[in-house]
Design a binder for this molecule. Sequence first.
Ligand code: ZN
Length: 201
Amino acid sequence: MIVQQIVHPSFTSNTYIISNPIEDYVWLVDIGNFEGVMEQIADNKRINGVFLTHYHYDHIYGINKLVNKFPNCQIYASPHTIEGLYSAKMNLSFYHETPIIFEGDKYSFLKENDKLNLFPNICLEVIETPGHNSGCLSFKVGDYLFTGDSYIPNNDVVTKLKGGNKEASKLSLEKIKSKITPQTIICPGHFAIQKYGNKME
Ligand SMILES: [Zn+2]
């Protein structure tokens, strides 16, 4: 399994491509920078689905371009995140130049402990991590832990935006840290991937 990080040049949000060289499809975690993703994907591969950590515009910015190019691409997220895809005020894009309202209708709700097979023998596990926003999810795939804005190493979690909750965030951070082992590779919603080693903050 290969994980590639694609940064959005102005929002700094990360999109991750999860691939397996022998398969003709890939998966994404978040979709901030669609053009950047396409530059990395071979012409013969399709995007099967995207797992959304939350609905803030910088993490979903490319979602309509994505479903236009790949009409069968499935969106996986919490019910609250799916709701926010259809509301430019909820996803905060209303306050930016280009309001984003999801034009697709292929989505699946995720909840705590859901497990989905990405590739043979490679499973994604869903972890509910509310706090930055009530619909926040994190995803564990092997040693990789995709934490969105629920945990960005060396940064405090932002809980001041609408739907944020400091107490919930504290509990979510404890939960995330309980999943971390020396082998864990943290893939946050912004900034660098962090190999955990023995570091615990
Ligand atoms: Zn956010």
